[in-house]
Design a protein around this ligand. Structure first.
Ligand code: PEP
Length: 257
């Protein structure tokens, strides 16, 4: 579907990497590189660990760089030891939150049912939710990719009114491509992302034309241009390659103009 209504979005997911001192150094480096690129047409975000969020927010204050958390609880306060709530993130000046990353689903029991509550809670707090979906290698081999995506997209967005669907960013991340160096073939990425968009169109054609769907899974500077040029791909969620500011800035530069 034509991408005129959708600004490219490139987000770097640091996962559990970088101390506060490292984050500060990276922010200075990345901001200088982004200023030199002059790509104000691309929205750029760093998804940082909780402990570095305030450093990143203050480092990026006079720039367009968005700072995003990697998880949050659906309640806005309560007896949930070890969790972080949306108002705690907005108090820091955080712009968004990654929800349902496959590592959280796989290692920490994140469920579609919880995500259905987290997505509207994030939006209500003024945070941009980045909802991650994607199939395992076995599911793809069994021809189950569409079924898995349908379940994750439908359930994750179940409690969100149609008028707000386009305010979510969806990241299609085939699990077999995350951190493996094995990127999805271009046809696989395009096909899956067009399918995700079609699922949104089932609820609202207008939202489908406006919602941004990213590709994630071993994106790097050398393969970003061809992935980002695919008609339904509106950007990238970048893990390992975002840890290096030079490499990450090169991925931003690869977004189509
Ligand atoms: C990710 O963390 O979402 C990711 C896609 O990781 P990588 O780019 O390292 O595969």
């Amino acid at each position: 579907m034509s991408s005129e209504l959708r600004a490219p979005f490139v987000a770097g997911n640091w996962k559990m990497n970088k101390t506060r001192a490292e984050a500060r150094g990276y922010a200075g480096d990345l901001l200088a590189r982004l200023a030199a690129l002059g790509r104000d047409d691309v929205e750029v975000a760093i998804c940082a660990p909780f402990t570095t969020l305030d450093e990143m927010v203050s480092a990026s204050r006079s720039s367009r760089l968005m700072i995003v958390a990697q998880n949050m609880h659906e309640a806005d306060h309560g007896a949930f030891t070890g969790e972080v709530a949306a108002p705690m993130l907005t108090e820091l000046g955080v712009d968004g939150v990654v929800l349902g990353h496959s590592e959280r689903r796989q290692y920490f029991g994140e469920t579609d049912r919880a995500l259905a509550l987290k997505v509207p809670a994030a939006l209500a707090a003024g945070l941009l939710p980045i909802l991650c979906v994607g199939e395992t290698e076995d599911e793809r081999a069994a021809g189950d990719t569409d079924r898995k995506l349908r379940q994750q997209v439908k359930e994750g967005l179940d409690k969100l009114e149609s008028e707000r669907l386009a305010d979510v960013v969806i990241a299609y991340e085939p699990i077999w491509a995350i951190g493996t160096g094995q990127t999805a073939a271009l046809e696989q990425a395009q096909e899956a992302i067009a399918f995700v968009r079609a699922l949104i169109a089932d609820r609202s054609r207008d939202a489908a034309a406006r919602v941004r769907v990213l590709y994630g899974g071993s994106v790097k500077a050398s393969n970003a241009a061809e992935l980002l040029a695919l008609p339904d791909v509106d950007g990238a969620l970048v893990g390992g390659a975002s840890l290096d500011a030079e490499e990450f800035a090169a991925i931003v530069a690869a977004a189509p103009r």
